[in-house]
Design a binder for this molecule. Structure first.
Ligand code: PLP
Length: 449
């Protein structure tokens, strides 16, 4: 937004923006006032093509009247019901619908309000499960380097993005991290899933728990099937399957954080479906309500839930955990309306059908100045830039700004631009995203960012 814009900006003194360089933002604000379909309207009345589905969270496109109507009606019918020790029918219906959307067997659903809460809930369920089963010494949690599991204390502990942790001290004890699957030296510009090395990489997990830990002390391993926030890291073939085998062998719960990969992003319902690997617990959020009402969910295997029900003392609260807004009626209404849209429009299949075209368009950027790697899967692509000494992130940030100026919303994370449009995107819009991105990259590189 140019400073000469006649648009009246809001008073920006009071709102402390999340994950934003607040001082920098105020000097060049980027504000939206409306959204419909695959487009935002900026406050200076420009149409901005949404290349990121909001924050990966609007798979069905913006301004869906079905969801708005369901939420509005629900607000006027039952605005709130106490979530502890009482409930409302829609909570059970929403859980039934989410369970039906999950991979077979993951059909016991705990509702949260976000991906971060889903991650921490999943970790707590894993720890509590081993305790309820009489194994309190199984209390270590393993994540991955560069993993992102939200911003709560459990999530930042198992998460592997150092920048998100170091501002807050040490966090949880008893946490370890395994190696990130990204290997640019070997796999640069691979289209889709890298073919080799998956089993060997997963075997490093086994080696690590055998040499650095006693495997019988590990409660859970948490991974994103495709790492989004780390800049679109697609695991090599066989990697997740081998992790599954190792977890099963040693009695470790495998948690898939599907906050990004859930709801059609990879061209399947979940990443678990894409990779044909069934974890013990799946966390999700974002697309669950098409991003319009905060809601997350944790789906657990029935055996895990049954252990709580069978082994806890009669009459006791089996899991002393929950949120005032767990399964709040408007979130349930939004989730059911969103799942109706997925069923009617088969958005996962739509994403799968577009993925080859999207892949081609993304990889057309190969050879542009500063482009070091391009990675993709389903309707996600990451473009990683060379780092000029002392200027980490500068190229990606400048490219993001240039794209915004040129009418496309992309996301930057570190030295990477990520593209993850609504699953309702059209081919000509895919072309526009990557053509604009190409022009932006050339222009920024020429200016010497
Ligand atoms: N887990 C993953 C894999 C995510 O990508 C995110 C957010 O991007 C989260 C958890 C946190 O979700 P939220 O921002 O809703 O707390």
């Amino acid at each position: 937004m140019s400073q000469s814009s006649p648009i009246k900006l809001p008073n920006m003194s009071n709102y402390w923006m999340p994950f934003t360089a607040n001082r920098q933002f105020r000097s060049m604000p980027r504000l939206f006032k409306a959204a419909k379909g695959n487009y935002f309207t900026s406050i200076d009345d420009r149409q901005i093509l949404d290349g990121t589905a909001g924050l990966w969270c609007v798979p069905a496109g913006h301004g869906r009247t079905e969801i708005a109507t369901a939420v509005g009606n629900q607000l006027l019918t039952l605005d709130y019901a106490p979530a502890f020790q009482s409930s409302h029918p829609l909570a059970f219906e929403a859980a039934e619908r989410v369970a039906a959307y999950m991979p077979e067997g993951l059909d016991r659903i705990f509702f949260t309000n976000s991906g971060s809460e889903s991650a921490d809930t999943a970790l707590k369920i894993a720890l509590a499960y081993h305790r309820v089963c009489g194994n309190p010494l199984r209390n270590k949690l393993i994540g991955r380097e560069r993993g992102y599991h939200g911003v709560n204390f459990g999530g930042i502990a198992v998460g592997g993005i150092a920048g998100n942790r170091k501002a807050f001290g040490n966090g949880l004890a008893g946490v370890d991290h395994i190696r990130n699957p990204l290997d640019i030296a070997k796999n640069a510009f691979t289209k889709g899933v890298p073919a080799d090395g998956g089993v060997a990489l997963a075997n490093e997990f086994e080696q690590r728990i055998l040499t650095l830990h006693d495997p019988s002390t590990i409660a859970a391993l948490i991974v994103e099937p495709m790492q989004g926030s780390a800049g679109v890291v697609v695991p090599p073939a066989g990697y997740l399957k081998r992790l599954r085998e190792i977890c099963t062998q040693y009695g470790i719960l495998l948690i898939f954080d599907e906050v990004i990969t859930g709801f059609g992003r990879l061209g399947t319902k979940f990443g678990a479906d894409y990779f044909d690997v069934i974890p013990d617990i799946i966390t999700c959020a974002k697309g669950l309500t098409n991003g319009v009402v905060p809601m997350g969910a944790v789906a657990v295997k029935r055996e895990i839930y049954d252990a709580f029900m069978e082994k806890s003392p009669a009459g006791a609260i089996e899991l002393p955990h929950g949120y005032t807004y767990s399964a709040i009626p408007i979130a349930c209404a939004a989730a059911i309306a969103t799942l109706n849209i997925f069923a009617a429009e088969r958005l996962e299949d739509r994403a799968a059908g577009l993925s080859a075209y999207f892949e081609q368009a993304a990889h057309s950027l190969k050879g542009l100045p500063m482009v070091k790697d391009i990675r993709n899967i389903g309707l996600v692509a990451g473009i990683e830039f060379e780092v000029i000494a002392g200027k980490a992130g500068a190229m990606a940030f400048a490219t993001y700004l240039k794209c915004f100026e040129m009418g496309i919303h992309v996301r930057f994370t570190g030295d990477i631009i990520a593209i993850s449009p609504p699953l309702t995107i059209e081919k000509h819009e895919i072309d526009r995203i990557f053509n604009t991105l190409a022009d932006a990259i050339k222009s920024v590189a020429a200016a010497g960012e």
